[in-house]
Ligand binder design. Structure first.
Ligand code: GLN
Length: 254
């Protein structure tokens, strides 16, 4: 049994659409393989010690909540960058995703610093992008998988030239509603607008994150193969969500 150490950033502030449910999925899927997930909340003022966590997780939030944590996150930036450079994995959703870039210019004109872990910046637009979304990813060469979720953001995220998107939009808006890209991936770090929560309906991504967190824990470059799970229910949840995105994904609101 291996203990996988998760640092959950700002669980009290960044948790819309029950993004916390992603942690429940990681916990169960680790336990089914005989591993334990140890989740430490990391709030305002808490120090980060690089190497202490195998996976960082940060959920989504409205501009108001993002403003409350952005300054503190910036103070953690150097430690988080060092941890990631040493192989810690990360998943950031929506508001958390925006703050992993260089910064977010919010709807009311507030400039929030980002921590520069992902090569991108975000500027809020007039109309929110809301709806079901489906994207196609290829995190490992030759392995095409889809992710289904729900997006609700005013921010338009612009990837730097050469940045690797998480996936291509099949239905919905994605990063900015124009580029055809969704999310961003840099090594073991993943940022995405997909809520839902994301992992209950996209079990393969939960396993990808667990495998990379285990690789950090075990000090290996190569992520270990996890024993497959039945996933009938998870597969159905994915299908329902994907079908919804294909039939009605992507409407402007507000
Ligand atoms: N406040 C951000 C935006 O509207 C993120 C919202 C979210 O996390 N759902 O773009």
């Amino acid at each position: 049994m291996t203990t996988i150490r998760v640092g959950h950033l700002y669980p009290d502030y960044l948790n819309i659409y029950a993004d916390r449910g992603n942690i429940a999925v990681l916990t169960r899927r680790a336990a089914w393989r005989g591993h334990e997930l140890e989740v430490t909340p990391l709030g305002v003022g808490d120090a980060i010690a690089p190497g202490e966590h195998d996976l960082y997780y940060v959920g989504g939030g409205q501009d108001r909540e993002q403003l409350l944590v952005a300054g503190d996150l910036a103070r953690k930036a150097a430690a988080l960058r060092e941890a990631v450079a040493r192989g810690t994995a990360a998943l950031a959703v929506c508001g958390g995703y925006q703050l992993l870039g260089r910064g977010y210019h919010g709807f009311h004109g507030e400039d929030m610093p980002g921590i520069g872990l992902l090569p991108l910046h975000t500027v809020a637009g007039e109309r929110r992008m809301i709806g079901d979304v489906l994207i196609q990813c290829e995190l490992e060469p030759g392995e095409k998988r889809t992710l289904a979720g729900f997006e609700n953001h005013a921010g338009r995220t612009h990837l730097d030239p050469g940045a690797e998107p998480l996936g291509r939009v099949l239905a919905g808006f994605g990063n900015d509603g124009e580029s055809g890209f969704e999310g961003c991936r840099a090594g073991r770090v993943i940022g995405t607008y997909l809520h839902g929560p994301l992992l209950p309906r996209n079990a393969w991504l939960a396993d990808w994150l667990l495998a990379h967190a285990l690789a950090h824990r075990l000090g290996t470059d190569e992520a270990p193969q996890l024993e497959p799970l039945p996933d009938d229910l998870e597969g159905k949840a994915h299908q329902v969500s994907a079908a919804r995105a294909r039939s009605r994904g992507g409407r402007f609101a507000g």
